[in-house]
Design a protein around this ligand. Structure first.
Ligand SMILES: Nc1ncnc2c1ncn2[C@@H]1O[C@H](COP(=O)(O)OP(=O)(O)OP(=O)(O)O)[C@@H](O)[C@H]1O
Ligand SMILES: [Mg+2]
Length: 293
């Protein structure tokens, strides 16, 4: 639906307003960095880095890998580097992940939390004013945000419980954490967005702060145009125009349905961008979003 695209555009808006911003991707993806640096030739698995990289003034990017997150966490928590290295090795990591459902999610969101801390754990790193998390799609996205509370409840006492609770407290605090839902103006994604809102309310104690409807087709024709089109000899072009119009009207009714169901939640539309998703296009989407925020 455009989650990564909207995350990149939000990051641009925030950096443009002078906030030191980082867009974080999970599960070792680099869609956001492709969008933010479309002309760079260092994309793909070999170039995904856990390093924080400045992609434009004030705007940074990181691709969070759970194993790297675990290594960094252990190096910070354990007194001995060699012990941390041993436990953070890939075979131990594989065993732990296999034996502990939700551990990947916990490590991922723990790193997201770390990025937002005034006293960073990462040696030499500076804190960010805003962390934009490009979360995985609905179900898995909620699981990532729920992981700290789940672990805190399971452990009850000790450092995991304490840290889990600290992270869960930040994630459920509407003053510090905002949820942006991204959808397209079609029936299924709108249904999913409404279901997401229910889950976010019930499971996280938050609400959706903003819904972005992405890839909205232009409204090209009015009633007179439609009558005129219907009256002319059908050609491929007129049939194409009528089809595009029908789709645009279908989209508009889905946007209206979303607005009604979300009542007080602001709903903002972004246009379907024809052509390449290059820096200029992202800039255009960021400006549209800027006006809406
Ligand atoms: N407003 C737009 N107009 C046209 N194309 C768009 C728009 N927004 C996103 N796209 C395109 O749609 C595709 C999916 O976008 P994106 O990767 O941002 O979605 P996503 O929700 O992050 O997907 P995934 O679930 O795979 O992470 C990309 O090819 C992107 O360039
Ligand atoms: Mg994505």
């Amino acid at each position: 639906v455009g989650k990564s695209t909207v995350a990149a555009a939000l990051g641009m808006v925030a950096a443009g307003r002078g906030l030191r911003t980082i867009v974080a991707e999970v599960a070792a993806r680099d869609d956001v960095s492709r969008v933010l640096r479309p002309d760079a030739d260092d994309h793909g698995p070999a170039h995904r880095t856990f390093r924080e990289r400045e992609v434009s003034p004030g705007l940074h990017h990181i691709s969070i890998d759970p194993q790297d997150a675990m290594r960094e966490y252990l190096a910070d928590q354990l007194p001995s580097r060699s012990l941390a290295g041993l436990l953070g090795g890939s075979s131990t990591f594989g065993l732990l992940v296999a034996a502990t459902p939700g551990l990947r999610e916990l490590l991922t969101v723990g790193k997201v939390w770390e990025l937002a801390q005034p006293g960073r754990r990462t040696p030499g790193a500076r804190p960010y004013d805003l962390v934009v998390l490009d979360a995985p799609a609905t179900g898995h996205g909620v699981a990532v945000l729920q992981a700290p509370a789940t672990f805190a409840d399971a452990a009850r006492v000790g450092p995991i419980a304490r840290q889990g609770r600290t992270i869960a407290t930040m994630l459920s605090d509407p003053a510090r954490t905002g949820v942006v839902a991204v959808t397209t103006p079609e029936e299924m994604p709108v249904n999913e967005t409404l279901a997401l809102r229910t889950t976010v309310r019930d499971e996280l104690g938050l609400d959706v702060d903003l819904a972005v409807v992405n890839r909205v087709l232009p409204d090209r024709f009015d009633g007179g145009d439609r009558r005129a089109l219907a009256g002319v000899v059908a050609t491929r072009a007129t049939r194409g125009a009528l089809l595009a119009d029908a789709r645009a009207r279908g989209q508009r009714s889905q946007v209206a349905r979303l607005r009604r169901a979300l009542d007080a939640v602001p709903v903002r539309s972004l246009p379907f961008a024809f052509g390449d998703m290059d820096a200029a296009t992202i800039g255009m989407l960021a400006r549209r979003l800027e006006r809406a925020l």
